[in-house]
Design a protein around this ligand. Structure first.
Ligand code: SP5
Ligand code: ZN
Length: 342
């Protein structure tokens, strides 16, 4: 399987995040992608190629223009008054507060365009997120050539990012951008299967009213797990999209026996939908030793996960999302890809 990868992800390296009431080094760190790349090389998964530049048009098919302009200018606005540490949001417009008037100040804009504080913006963030989207779009282009599979080794990840807000380490929704590009290049139906431990709230909200992109997500139950405010089982889609959104909230402690039942159900729904292609939001933070998650999947379970996805027999684009057990992230992610090919 071909991997698309760019070193540009190193340009995005947040310093700290708030976890358990303390500032800890960001779990979403450059070494994550380095470890996956190393594993791709080690097992000889296939060629590794650099992304091509697709410009902002395919990004703007998914994201709000004001949001994209905010991301492009956020660092220069933040650093204009002398700040050199990461830009972080601090205040959000919840119930009863107004969003009809956009703040003019960067500190206000950071809250306006985010839903949590897990999204540091650094000097290199803009280039890194542009590159991450280009990785997904290039991998998609190659998928259309090969008609079987490709791997977008994206970093930063994307599935928590909605049309006009960032959050959960995510800025541009790489999987959504690729799914929309598939539609724009002639696919009639696309299924997005999100196996990251956290609900893909951004992807769900982008396609919630649409029947042409089905979204299915297996994740920690939002009653007890981040992102808390989306991802319940009773979110079936709306309008034309009614019936095209499927959530599988699973309890803390979920192991492969439990997980694979949900995955098989999701795969059956995908088969019934008969999509032209599948985009997999590939997070491996379901791993038993993940430092911020509470599922119990083991290294070899990821082989089975890949096999089940492979049995669908559809052109499949894998897009890297989360996974924070850095020593095992490469083994687990590449196991899914190897299982798919087996
Ligand atoms: C892409 C992705 O996987 N984003 C995940 C963002 C999660 N951010 C919030 C994590 C909250 C962790 N709380 C667990 C505390 C462990 N002691
Ligand atoms: Zn995650």
């Amino acid at each position: 399987m071909l991997t698309i990868y760019s070193d540009d992800h190193h340009l995005h390296h947040g310093t700290a995040e708030l976890i358990d009431g303390t500032l800890k080094p960001c779990f979403e760190m450059p070494r994550r992608a380095d470890m996956v790349l190393e594993r791709v090389r080690k097992v000889g998964l296939g060629d590794i190629a650099a992304p091509r530049e697709f410009g902002l048009d395919p990004v703007l098919r998914v994201h709000d223009a004001g949001y994209v302009a905010f991301l492009e200018t956020a660092w220069s606005r933040w650093s204009a008054d002398g700040r050199s540490h990461d830009a972080l949001p601090l205040v959000w417009p919840v119930r009863g507060l107004r969003t009809d008037r956009k703040p003019q100040d960067i500190d206000g804009l950071l809250g306006y365009y985010s839903f949590d504080a897990g999204v540091p913006i650094t000097a290199g963030t803009w280039q890194a997120i542009r590159s991450s989207a280009n990785v997904a779009l290039t991998a998609l282009d190659e998928l259309l050539r090969s008609q079987r599979s490709s791997f977008a080794l994206c970093r930063p990840p994307g599935h928590h990012a909605a049309a006009d807000y960032m959050g959960g380490y995510c800025y541009f929704n790489n999987a959504a951008i690729a799914a929309q590009a598939l539609r724009d290049q002639g696919a009639a139906r696309v299924a997005i299967l999100d196996v990251d431990y956290h609900h893909g709230n951004g992807t769900q909200s982008i396609f919630y009213q649409r029947a042409d992109v089905m979204f299915l997500s297996l994740h920690g139950d939002p009653l007890v797990e981040y992102p808390y405010f989306l991802g319940h089982a009773d979110e079936p889609g709306a309008g034309e999209g009614l019936g095209y959104n499927h959530n599988y909230p699973l309890p803390h402690g979920t192991d492969w026996a439990r997980y694979q039942q949900a995955l098989q159900d999701a795969c059956q729904r995908i088969a019934d939908y008969a999509p032209d292609a599948i985009v997999v939001s590939l997070g491996v933070d379901t791993f038993e030793h993940d430092p911020i998650s509470r599922f119990k999947l083991k290294n070899d379970d990821y082989l089975r996960m890949g096999e089940l996805i492979g049995r669908l027999g559809k052109p499949t684009l894998f897009v890297m999302e989360g996974g924070y057990a850095v020593e095992d992230i490469g083994i687990n992610a590449v196991n899914v890809l190897s299982g798919f090919e087996s």
